[in-house]
Design a protein around this ligand. Structure first.
Ligand code: ADP
Ligand code: MG
Length: 704
């Protein structure tokens, strides 16, 4: 890597973006593609052939030998199958490089190895990938060479979504349609479409690769399953920080360079709360591109770490007792002509529209808090949400003082305004003060915070895709807009009707607004009084996906069918059970083969020392004896918990997939894992560091 990075030269150099297409595609083909993009038309095969050919030529110039349909199955990570461009050898022994429109548009990966939650069994075994031409293709360089990656959606033969992308695209269409409908009511005649804008801030941990490799728990599960907290204060040693910065800075520089080449607008980076924890935020983009780019960010963070002798941990809670990692999903709605629907605006008229949008969002989040909560549920996030360092598992909306006050006024004085008629209402609305971006108040504890001209959904897990959270947000807000439009379209007096509707929504859904400390116990109590759901873990979150309410919502906007939702429920339970099973088995392995043997050896040493010291001089050996007794007791406790863990894990694994199994894993296996961990972590504090079979938290977190 060169020392000086010329960002404007390298940015997007590995992307088949609009500029490249404009340069390389025949004018007509380029226009056709744009029609497809803007009007949602189908791409004909002849056009696709030309695009595919140019794409291939361009990719080969970049050094690509293979192409792949890059997609996001329901595993949370991306999948790909690589095909080389070569055709069958010719008579002269040479090969041609080819890539057809058909290959570009459609792929047929072996779908059987991806989760489908019974969908494929019910419908059809095959799965198809289809080009998402709204997200640009790119060439990725890695040890395997260079590959042309084509972002795709992944569906079953009959069109059921088997991935994260398809529902997201569907939800974006629904939101666009309803947003335009709403804008028209306010007199807008120019905007053609509206898109969800998303900026996902990614948190991650960096550890030393050599040390990582000595931790089987990190290797198998991405998090530590054992580990005593280091004494506090250690992190404040300055010289450590100097060293950390050098190594991490070099890594970050490399990450940025890779991302920029891929057209990912990596923007900010900084150290996070916990030692060894960092954050990377890109500039926001259209939701589907942002979701793809977040996947590229996660991949790149991991890949580049290897080059620097480091390891990137994306897990939500790699270290118990240390701050975990999340992903803040910044979300707003932007029209094709640049209107941000969440911009408060200056004039009363803008305020009216903004307040309607805002109250619609309040209504949406309140009505569907359970689904939104579910969208952020993953196994790792169970360790975070509600654990006093991440938002609670209770959904609420933070508006800030100013905006909260506006809403309060509306609710309180609403009846007075009601008595006003006609032109006087105008004045009533004008009394709504101009509000500015809420710059002062930076509430960090809210799961869903208004931050000036966007909402920030902060529940998402660091390792999870943000596709589902945005799919849910788009759909629930589309529903709220739809309902508002239906009412307003029938109103005799539009202004009066808008005013009434804003007041109605604000009043009916004010319980979802909370501007206080989300980490406090009082809030948990208060939320319960307000009737807000407090869904504490993933297993309890999952059913929200397929309630009657959810099915009605998603089917109405064509985002998910009932079958797709039910399949996702199954997939989530399966994912939960699988993850816990791996963790339990890793614990069993580590405890049996590493920890118990090491502690046994250590006890022999202590016992020897007791005998020898006594023999040598008859001195007081009470310290050694006490330690030996304490360790021996803990060893018994460890062994007992280990035996139980083996039993419950075997029992769980034998159960049939589904909710019951997931519940058993949560209630029996996870509980026993905690019972095993407790004595082990205590022993770690009593045993000579040299004897402990793996690097400690201190080694991992502070010595990067
Ligand atoms: P904060 O400091 O409040 O976290 P930043 O300005 O650092 O906000 O932005 C955080 C993320 O939000 C970035 O990814 C940024 O691009 C994104 N963002 C900013 N404005 C918007 C918007 N209107 N819609 C969606 N995302 C946005
Ligand atoms: Mg933020």
């Amino acid at each position: 890597m060169s020392d000086k990075i010329k960002v404007n030269e390298i940015f997007g150099e590995n992307v088949f973006n609009d500029t490249v297409m404009q340069e390389r595609l025949p004018k007509k083909v380029y226009q056709k593609l744009h029609e497809t993009l803007s009007e949602g038309k189908d791409l004909d095969l002849a056009t696709a052939d030309v695009i595919a050919h140019e794409m291939k030529e361009w990719a080969i110039e970049q050094g690509a030998t293979h192409f792949t349909h890059w997609f996001q199955p329901l595993t949370g990570v991306t999948a790909e199958k690589h095909d080389s461009f070569i055709t069958s050898p010719m008579k002269n022994g040479k090969v041609l490089m080819s890539f057809s429109g058909k290959e570009l548009i459609k792929g047929e990966p072996d779908a059987s190895s991806f989760p489908s939650g019974g969908l494929r069994a019910t419908f059809e075994a095959r799965g198809y990938t289809a080009w998402d031409c709204t997200s640009p293709a790119f060439v990725r360089h890695d040890a395997a060479g260079a590959t042309l990656c084509i972002p795709t959606a992944f569906c079953s033969y009959t069109g059921e979504a088997l991935d994260q992308k398809t529902p997201l695209l569907r939800s974006m269409e629904a939101l666009s349609k309803q947003t335009i409908r709403l804008l028209r009511l306010f007199g807008n005649t120019t905007s053609k479409e509206a898109r969800a804008s998303v900026g996902a801030e990614q948190e991650y941990f960096i550890v030393d690769r050599e040390k990582y490799l000595q931790r089987k728990d990190l290797i198998f599960t991405g998090r530590t399953l054992f580990g005593a907290m280091p004494p506090k204060g250690q992190e404040l040693e300055d010289h450590y920080f100097g060293a950390i910065r050098e190594r991490i800075a070099a890594y970050m520089k490399d990450v940025n360079e890779e991302l920029w080449k891929l057209g990912v607008p990596a923007k900010t980076q900084h150290n996070e709360v916990a030692p060894a924890q960092h954050e990377l935020a890109p500039i926001y983009e259209e939701a589907n591109v942002a979701v793809d780019h977040n996947q590229l960010i996660m991949e790149t963070l991991k890949k580049v770490a290897g080059r620097h002798g480091l390891m990137c941990l994306l897990h939500e809670k790699p270290f118990a007792g240390v701050n975990g990692s999340g992903k803040h999903d910044n979300w707003s709605i932007t029209t094709d002509d640049g209107i941000n629907m969440l911009e408060p605006g200056k004039s009363p008229h803008d305020n009216m529209q903004f307040l309607l949008v805002l109250t619609c969002i309040l209504k949406a989040v309140d009505t569907h808090a359970d689904i939104l909560r579910e969208s952020a549920a993953d196994v790792g996030n169970d360790h975070r949400l509600g654990a006093n360092e991440a938002p609670p598992a209770i959904l609420s909306v933070f508006l800030g003082e100013q905006l909260g006050d506006v809403i309060e006024q509306l609710i309180d004085t609403g009846s007075a305004t009601h008595s006003l008629k006609g032109s006087k209402l105008e004045t009533g609305v004008k009394t709504i003060p101009d509000f500015m971006k809420d710059a002062t108040d930076r509430n960090r504890t809210s799961p869903f915070a208004f931050t000036g001209n966007k909402f920030e959904f902060r529940m998402c897990g660091s390792a999870d895709s943000v596709a589902m959270p945005n799919t849910v947000l788009n759909t629930i807000v589309a529903e709220a807009f739809d309902e508002a439009c239906t009412i307003l379209e029938q109103a005799d007096d539009f202004n009066l009707a808008v005013h009434d509707l804003i007041k109605k929504y604000a009043t009916e859904h004010q319980r979802i607004i909370f501007n206080g400390n989300g980490y406090s116990d009082e809030w948990v109590e208060e939320a319960e009084k307000r009737g807000l759901p407090n869904i504490k873990n993933m297993v309890d979150a999952v059913p929200a996906l397929a309630t009657e309410k959810a099915v009605k919502l998603f089917e109405k906007f064509g985002v998910f069918t009932k079958a797709e939702l039910e399949s996702r429920v199954e997939i989530e339970y399966e994912a939960y059970s699988k993850a816990i099973n791996i963790e339990a088995r890793a614990m069993i392995d580590i405890a049996s083969k590493q920890i118990i043997p090491a502690v046994v050896k250590a006890t022999i040493e202590i016992a020897d020392s007791i005998i020898k010291v006594k023999e040598a001089c008859g001195a007081n050996v009470s310290t050694q004896t006490e330690t030996l007794e304490e360790v021996s007791d803990l060893l018994v406790e460890t062994k007992t918990a280990l035996t139980t863990l083996i039993e419950v894990t075997e029992k769980a694994a034998a159960m049939e997939d589904g909710r019951e199994k997931a519940v058993y894993y949560r209630d029996e296996v996870v509980t026993t894992m905690a019972a095993l961990r407790a004595p082990v972590d205590k022993m770690e504090m009593l045993i000579d560091k040299e004897r402990w079979p793996m690097p400690s938290y201190g080694d991992l977190i502070f010595e990067v």
